[in-house]
Design a protein around this ligand. Structure first.
Ligand code: GDL
Length: 447
């Protein structure tokens, strides 16, 4: 692993950007966890993406200046990203001047490190751009090289410059997004001093192997920089992820320029992801994600002071296990789910045997979800509330069912708190009922 290995956080999700207070807290954690880089790229800062031509107002620059200075005070590199790809006319020289002007504004505020991002954009070219550059890759590489040269002429040599390609994961590459030889052309033409982002085999990659990266590095002619979406939750409002950084071998660290982590939208829910990411980055010979998770949960537990009944660490772990990783529940949640299934599927005369192993942890889980309402830390309560509310509703229903079945196994289940329309209601829910997804990823209409 290189001495200048990049590690840190990308504010790079869809949804409301973090507030100044949230960013301060993020920086405190980053410093404590020895993470060295913060990339400013909120998808919904209009001037970062859709309105990329519009400079920041003086009010906005003052706010950014505080953030930049705060990063530096915490020993964190501040990187400013711009995403002009939604409508940039690559062949027009004035567009490059506009881009340069936008970066210059930030340069004046003390920023030295920049990124140009071409993710999530239409992969079609204007006729004029096609005539001038031929391919998307050559057009984008021209823009990036222009800015890079401009900045290296201006800045000290420690400055870094990052590029996010239009196909930024294995699946997009195989689909030929951006054009057939897109990544090859980027490798051939992008200045070797520019780092290239990659999210792994998928946008959200549960596993990333050394082999995946080796072949990509050959094509790119440089080791990639990981943009890691493992804990990003902007695509699912019901979930967050507090499981450990995992699914990557320690050896991966020597194949890449660094790991920048695009996390849960709710800044406060990233304590465990970042602490475990830090453990991974700083691990010497071995790496045990579950151990790292349990240690981090132990530390995070201090934030769960309740104005009601105390929240035990083991109950918090059970809750955390329900919001673990995109494709994996933590072991206690997985066990609870198996117990619920066993109890539900058991024939009536056997149900009793399976009742307790389900009912005991389910009651604990229901109670901790209810206790979240009483957290002293109201910001943490706000961040968790919607998600724990949904989980609580499901636990309530199952427990009501369990209780009724115990007293009258043949009765029909009804709950006054789970009524048609208000429970699992609404257009999204109805639409979800129309098409079912199988475990192999394919869809079938529900008949
Ligand atoms: C993406 C977006 C990112 C988003 C993430 C998760 C990249 C390079 N871009 O595709 O902004 O937060 O998925 O939804 O990952």
């Amino acid at each position: 692993m290189k001495a200048d290995f990049l590690s840190g956080v990308i504010e790079g999700f869809y949804g409301p950007p973090w507030t100044a207070t949230e960013r301060s807290m993020v920086l405190n954690w980053m410093q404590a966890f020895q993470l060295n880089t913060y990339l400013y790229a909120p998808k919904d800062d209009l001037k970062q993406r859709l309105l990329w031509r519009v400079p920041y107002t003086s009010q906005e620059t003052s706010e950014l200046k505080l953030l930049i200075d705060n990063c530096h005070a915490h020993g964190v590199r501040f990187v400013f990203a711009i995403s002009p790809g939604l409508d940039m006319a690559y062949a027009q020289a004035s567009e490059l001047e506009t881009l340069q002007g936008r970066l210059e504004q930030l340069y004046e505020l003390g920023v030295r490190d920049f990124a140009i991002l071409f993710d999530d954009i239409p992969d079609s070219m204007r006729a004029e751009d096609r005539r001038r550059f031929g391919t998307f890759a050559l057009a984008q590489s021209h823009a990036a090289n222009h800015l890079y040269r401009y900045l290296t002429g201006r800045a000290a040599s420690r400055a870094r410059f990052f590029f996010c390609p239009t196909p930024y994961c294995g699946r997009m590459r195989r689909a030929g997004l951006g054009g057939e030889r897109y990544l090859e052309e980027i490798g051939e033409t992008l200045d070797p001093g520019i780092d290239v982002f990659w999210t792994g085999p998928e946008i959200i990659s549960s596993q990333i192997s050394v082999k995946d990266i080796e072949s990509l590095a050959n094509t790119l002619r440089r080791p990639p920089l990981l943009w890691d979406n493992l804990h990003a939750n902007d695509y699912d409002g019901q979930r967050f992820y507090c499981g450990p950084y995992s699914g990557r071998p320690l050896e991966l660290r020597s194949e890449i320029q660094g790991i920048l982590h695009n996390p849960n939208n709710e800044a406060l829910l990233n304590f465990v992801p970042w602490k475990t990411l830090s453990d991974f980055i700083h691990a010497k010979a071995t790496w045990n994600p579950r151990e790292s998770y349990l240690n981090a949960m132990n530390d995070w537990h201090a934030s769960f002071e309740s104005a009601g009944s105390p929240i035990d660490l083991e109950d918090l772990v059970l809750l955390g296990d329900c919001f673990y990783l995109p494709e994996e529940e933590g072991s206690e949640a997985a066990q609870l789910f198996r117990n619920a299934e066993q109890w539900l599927k058991a024939p009536l005369n056997k149900k009793q045997v399976f009742y307790r192993p389900f009912q005991e942890p389910a009651t604990r889980l229901r109670n901790i979800c209810a206790e979240i309402v009483n957290l002293e830390n109201r910001h943490l309560f706000s961040a968790l509330h919607r998600k724990t509310w949904d989980l609580r509703e499901e636990m309530e229903l199952l427990l009501t069912f369990a209780k009724q079945m115990k007293s009258d196994p043949t009765s029909q289940l009804r709950s006054d708190y789970h009524l048609p329309g208000t429970y699992r209601g609404g257009m999204v829910s109805k639409l979800r009922g129309l098409i079912e997804q199988r475990s192999d990823g394919s869809f079938i209409p529900v008949t």
